[in-house]
Design a binder for this molecule. Structure first.
Ligand code: 5GP
Length: 114
């Protein structure tokens, strides 16, 4: 079980901004932009590699929930970034898939090797 499962179960606190039967969204504890929210499905998949080909809705729901949140908060026109890190080279540290929403200021370039 990951820290995100504990947040879903309300075993540890988080600043939850959205929840439905499929997913939960809460503020990242170490924000890397003025707005940094994590969108996490309630189904268990460690990485994007583990999502079955016949279940694209899992990823679609995360992306559309992030877009909806950005629109509701007024970030849609100025723009925002969504990111999914996968495994070591992608910088993944929590092994329950999640999508980052970063917004609230112009974001720097990304993808430079560490
Ligand atoms: P990853 O590096 O796996 O793509 O992203 C994991 C994210 O989870 C990081 O940005 C990290 O700051 C965040 N995080 C780790 N532990 C916690 C926690 O206990 N609560 C919250 N809200 N975010 C966390």
């Amino acid at each position: 079980m990951t820290i995100f499962h504990k947040i879903i179960r309300r075993e540890i606190p988080a600043d939850i901004v959205y929840e439905d039967e499929h997913l939960i969204a809460f503020r990242d504890i170490g924000p890397q932009a003025p707005v940094h929210v994590l969108f996490v499905p309630k189904q268990d998949y460690a990485t994007l590699n583990d999502v079955p080909e016949d279940a694209p809705e899992i990823i679609g729901r995360l992306a559309l929930a992030a877009a909806r949140y950005a629109k509701a908060q007024g970030f849609d026109k100025d723009g925002y970034r969504i990111v999914m890190n996968c495994n070591e080279h992608g910088g993944q540290t929590v092994y329950q898939i999640h999508l980052h929403l970063l917004a609230g200021a112009p974001l720097g370039r990304f993808g430079t090797p560490a």
